[in-house]
Design a protein around this ligand. Structure first.
Ligand SMILES: Nc1ncnc2c1ncn2[C@@H]1O[C@H](COP(=O)(O)OP(=O)(O)OP(=O)(O)O)[C@@H](O)[C@H]1O
Ligand SMILES: [Mg+2]
Length: 359
């Protein structure tokens, strides 16, 4: 459909930006959030950081791009961290064990992906733990691991039971073993594990997760836990588990709506990237974007979603007009093809329709 409007693909894709170079230029604004994030991650090698904001405001996109910049030494300041390329999504049906295993799995995948992008061998222990995670269920196996020491600390060995029997301590050991290899062998300062869409958990489940993770997973050396959720997440954590709140860094980062002018910039960048012509224009007017922006109180995803819908409806309407005209002309015994269509007297609207119909 976007072909008919002159685009290679939709400029209004609502997926979050991901941690890769080609998405970096698509992010607009966010300089103050970026200073906050880089500064807070620089305060220690591990901890818990909260990122919150209204739905669709751009939390995941901001975080993904920022961690990519830190990982690749492109941020102006801040530590060299291994990005959580695979975020750990939290689902309404989750229990706490499932979340902890998914968090470990997402760390394993992030390391694996980094190694394959950078053509580096996956560290040995990390590879073993990957197999251990995949062995969930009856075919699971126990695994002896050696957690490397770093920064002058002494390493230790431990035994992981099969994953179906793993306690939070065992999962935390597996995370420690992977992160120790990332620090020692891949030379990062910390790894990041991001739990995304925390609002999917009930307050009760979030409360139990905080208590269960507090002295186990959240205490793993050289691991930054980033909790991403709706506005007010920091104060919710404070009320559910003040001890975890005391461990969180700063008071969290609230991602606010971008400015209207930044929205226009974001659209220009996408049109330039996805239009087939260099001089291509946005398919809707700034007035329309402004109305959508104001109606949603500044949620970028809302603007993109409805811009997409308007364009889809427009092409649908054009196509059905063309079909009606084709069937009317064939019932009169006239064969209407592209050429005759365009030559039809007084038919400039129809020829536009024909072009959009792309048939
Ligand atoms: N600063 C920005 N610059 C350019 N595009 C953005 C920006 N922020 C968000 N977007 C775009 O807006 C859409 C929604 O962003 P994103 O998914 O990151 O929001 P979110 O706050 O994480 O949503 P949710 O509440 O569902 O988790 C995506 O298409 C994303 O590319
Ligand atoms: Mg998100």
């Amino acid at each position: 459909m976007w072909e008919s409007l002159g685009f290679r693909e939709s400029p209004f894709n609502t997926n979050p930006l991901v941690a890769r170079q080609e998405d970096v230029d698509l992010l607009v604004g966010r300089s103050s959030e970026s200073v906050d994030l880089c500064t807070q991650l620089g305060t220690a090698s591990e901890g818990v950081l909260v990122i919150s904001g209204r739905p669709g405001v751009g939390k995941t996109s901001f975080f993904n791009i920022q961690q990519f910049l830190l990982e690749n030494d492109q941020a102006l300041f801040g530590p060299k961290i291994l990005a959580a390329r695979t975020l750990c999504p939290v689902q309404p049906s989750d229990d706490i064990r499932k979340i902890s295993i998914r968090a470990l799995d997402s760390l394993y995948r992030s390391v694996n992906e980094w190694c394959s992008i950078n053509k580096v061998d996956l560290p040995q222990q990390t590879k073993e733990i990957g197999k251990w995670i995949a062995g969930t269920g009856t075919s699971g196996f126990s695994l002896g691991i050696n957690i490397l020491g770093f920064g002058g600390s002494v390493g230790r060995t431990t035994q992981l039971p099969k994953i179906s029997d793993a306690t939070f301590e065992a999962i935390s050991d597996a995370i420690s073993a992977i992160s120790a290899e990332v620090i020692e062998l891949l030379h990062f300062k910390s790894v990041v594990i991001a739990l995304d869409n925390i609002e999917n958990l009930s307050d009760e489940l979030l409360g139990s997760m905080l208590i269960s993770f507090r002295d186990t997973l959240f205490s793993t050396p050289n691991v930054w836990w980033v909790l991403i959720g709706q506005s007010g997440l920091s104060s919710l954590i404070q009320s559910l588990d003040p001890r975890v709140f005391e461990r969180t860094t700063g008071s969290g980062i609230e991602v606010r709506p971008i400015e209207l002018t930044e929205l226009y910039d974001a659209i220009k960048l996408r049109v330039a990237k996805f239009h087939k012509k260099k001089t291509g224009k946005a398919p809707l007017t700034e007035e329309t974007f402004k109305n959508l922006f104001e109606a949603s109180f500044g949620e970028v995803r809302f603007v993109f979603k409805y811009s997409n819908n308007i364009c889809t409806k427009f092409v649908e309407a054009m196509r059905s007009d063309v079909l009606k005209e084709l069937s009317r002309s064939s019932s009169l015994g006239t064969k209407l093809d592209k050429k005759t269509f365009e030559k039809k007297p007084g038919c400039c609207d129809w020829s536009v329709s024909y072009k959009f119909a792309n048939i």
